[in-house]
Ligand binder design. Structure first.
Ligand code: WQD
Length: 345
């Protein structure tokens, strides 16, 4: 029986990034406890994680402000760190329901932090986003770039960061790793877990996947008049497994130092919409029909990370390619969905 390196509580651990991180942590010698209220994830993901790992996972169906459940967890399980994934994450939805987003992403988060503090759990990794940066921040974006979200979702993410930074005063025991994700994409190599947005995907990669599998008949490309390589928007797509490994590296940094850190998790490379479409066609073997339409309000031309600080402090660097992201996305969507294209298409 090998001893574990530690037990990590993952809030929202059945979600897209959380589920892939859970696998990476366990494969690297950690135990995980997953708390998820299934508001934006599915219980079937738990079984798939267990199938990939051939191991049972401790899971609690619970919201992060459910004091009874969390008191029980912290009282009966020695938790060495928390990774906080649990949040609503749609820019579009946040504009339509800002109060829902502030309640869930900020108010409930404060309640959760109070429970952690009551139990002396002051080590947390926080899932943040490149959306906290100002649209005027020029790429490659460093962690010192100006923040200035332009939507309620980004504001809630920045609120969470500010709360955590204020907890990290000299006198406190709090130790924090803030991770600013750029554009997560792709799926686990087993094709048993991956991105599974509810309803119409807001994001590019899952929408392209739906077109490739025949669930949607074309992609709308939001603007081809940006000052970029081909006029379409440029983003920093990062493989979800690279993201998971970035969480592992951050966890080990926190466990082995007394430092707190704010890091970009990106590749440092920008990819345009048309470049991603072309790569997905090569990976899937299917044409991705598209219509050029007007720009999407709030979009910027280009956004990609300067990932140097994570490389310097953690020794972490994204290593998977855009092709890897598209191929793993295609394998995931083509095994999971009932939309099977006929061979003749
Ligand atoms: C990427 C590019 C679009 C869809 C968002 C959130 C961010 C983070 C990642 C949570 C842009 C274009 C898109 C489509 C298109 N999520 N596009 N047709 O906007 O960079 O970031 O997701 O943390 O917070 O803001 O990602 O995938 O929506 O768009 O042409 O159907 O694809 O214009 O250039 P974005 P995205």
């Amino acid at each position: 029986m090998t001893t574990s390196k530690g037990t990590i509580l993952l809030t929202g651990g059945l979600g897209y990034i959380g589920s892939h991180t859970a696998i990476t942590l366990i494969e690297n010698g950690y135990e995980v406890v997953i708390v998820d209220n299934l508001s934006n994830s599915s219980l079937s993901t738990l079984g798939r994680i267990e199938k990939i790992l051939s191991k049972k996972i401790t899971f609690f169906k619970s919201s992060i402000d459910d004091k009874k459940t969390l008191d029980n967890i912290f009282t009966n399980i020695e938790i060495d760190a928390v990774i906080h994934f649990s949040a609503f994450k749609s820019v579009t939805e946040s504009v339509q329901n800002p109060l829902e987003y502030y309640k869930n992403n900020v108010s409930n988060f404060i309640d959760f932090l109070k429970i952690c503090d009551e139990h002396g759990m002051n080590r947390i990794i926080y899932s943040s986003s490149a959306t906290v940066y100002s649209p005027n921040a020029s790429s490659p974006i460093t962690e010192d770039a100006a923040t200035g979200p332009v939507n309620p979702y980004g504001n809630t993410k920045l609120c969470g960061e500010m709360i955590l930074r204020d907890l990290c005063s000299e006198q406190s025991n709090w130790q924090v790793g803030i991770l600013r994700y750029f554009n997560p994409a792709g799926a686990h190599e087993s094709a048993l877990i991956g991105e599974s947005p509810r309803g119409t995907p807001n994001n590019l990669m899952p929408y392209i996947a739906d077109v490739a599998i025949g669930k949607r008949n074309h992609l709308n490309i939001y603007g081809d008049d940006y000052p970029t390589v081909d006029g379409t928007g440029v983003r920093d797509y990062i493989h979800v497994m690279d993201l998971a490994e970035g969480h592992l590296a951050t966890l080990e940094y926190l466990l082995h130092t007394k430092e707190s850190v704010t890091l970009n998790l990106g590749t440092g490379t920008g990819t345009s919409v048309l470049q991603l479409v072309k790569t997905y066609e090569n990976a899937s073997g299917y044409k991705i029909p598209y219509h050029m339409t007007d720009r999407r309000p709030g979009d910027i031309a280009a956004c990609y990370a300067d990932p140097e600080r994570a490389k310097r402090l953690l020794g972490w660097k994204a290593k998977r390619s855009i092709h890897d992201m598209c191929l793993s996305s295609w394998k995931w969507i083509s095994q999971k969905t009932e939309y099977q294209r006929s061979e003749s298409e």
